[in-house]
Design a protein around this ligand. Sequence first.
Ligand SMILES: Cc1cc2nc3c(=O)[nH]c(=O)nc-3n(C[C@H](O)[C@H](O)[C@H](O)COP(=O)(O)OP(=O)(O)OC[C@H]3O[C@@H](n4cnc5c(N)ncnc54)[C@H](O)[C@@H]3O)c2cc1C
Length: 366
Amino acid sequence: MNKIAIIGGGIVGASAAFYLSKAEDFDITVFDEKTGQATSAAAGIIAPWLSKRRNKQWYQLAHHGAALYRQLAQDANLDTQAFSKVGVFVNRNKPESLDDLSRLAQARIKTAPEMEVIEKWDKQTIVDRMPYLSDWAKPGLFVSGGARVDGKHLIAQLETASNLTIRNGKANITVKNHEVLVNQEHYDSIVIAAGAFAKELVSPFGFELKITPQKGQLIELQSNLIQADDNMPIVMAESLSELIPIGNHQVLVAATHENDAGFDLRATQPEINGLVQNAEVTMPKLAGHIANMITEVRVGTRPYTADFAPFMSTIPGFDNVWIANGLGSSGLTTGPISGKLVADDIMSGTGFDGYTKPISNYLSEI
Ligand SMILES: Cc1cc2nc3c(=O)[nH]c(=O)nc-3n(C[C@H](O)[C@H](O)[C@H](O)COP(=O)(O)OP(=O)(O)OC[C@H]3O[C@@H](n4cnc5c(N)ncnc54)[C@H](O)[C@@H]3O)c2cc1C
């Protein structure tokens, strides 16, 4: 039995554990202190194809990550609370911008068949398909292969589908004469999947990890006045918040991107007000009432790199210690594939070619 320690049970750690546990010859322990976990606060969108980002490695990871979800949903027996292919609707306020978006989508579908069907939706189609937005109803593009993921349900279901031991609480790493210990114990392989909190786990190797925390808040609304159900697409309204219907007259409004809040996990009123104001633009008849419909505020800390791209690698000089990090605001899309790539590299040395820039971009020697 190959003894493996995974530090961090967010989307990266839970996915790596899931894929490793399929191989059956690993004894897997996941250490997780849960504090500030980005994954369990996150709910969002799997639809990387409409992004204009030029980072090739990011697009390869995100587009293959979106495709992987179909298989993962079957293999891990995910229910529709964790993953649901409801489609995504993206509006553009100017007709020429919508034409640009449509051209991008048509180009991308050639290599991303998981986008499935692309349609332009006019006002009437929006009214028919998403009645809760009928007073806003701005034309846009619908991509039927887009999906909704709820991080909290996803990792709970991945853990259930995996054969592993979970140790709640903080893990630390010590490095002595090139031997690496986790909480003073030896492991054959170690995966650092600690998100925004990974710096202190990397410093014992003599490196500073170049990641920064970004706070995210989202609000959950519920009211019989919201005519939304869980089969409706996710809405990416231009310059506004994303709307994610989750059933039972509930809609999530996501999310803030706060670069100066450090690891603060408090829900804060100005940011919540911003989300409420955005929701009022898309549901104008409910203006003045939305703040009273808030049933939950979710807060988490995303890990960011300077080039906004995730990375995966072994730690230089330590070929039994892996790290995957920097998932930023597309971590629900890139998380499962990052965990799978790490698991595959542990099992078969497959590497990360095409998916990440060199680890030296994200570390500096102390
Ligand atoms: C509000 C919000 C909305 C989002 N919306 C989207 C979206 O729509 N689409 C999308 O793709 N992405 C979205 N994201 C981003 C995505 O959630 C993150 O990029 C992703 O979850 C990061 O996963 P991770 O596994 O790297 O880190 P995390 O989920 O943070 O997991 C790391 C875990 O490691 C644990 N840990 C750290 N150090 C230690 C230690 N020493 N010992 C033990 N445990 C430790 C932490 O407690 C934590 O549980 C959103 C994030 C937030 C906060």
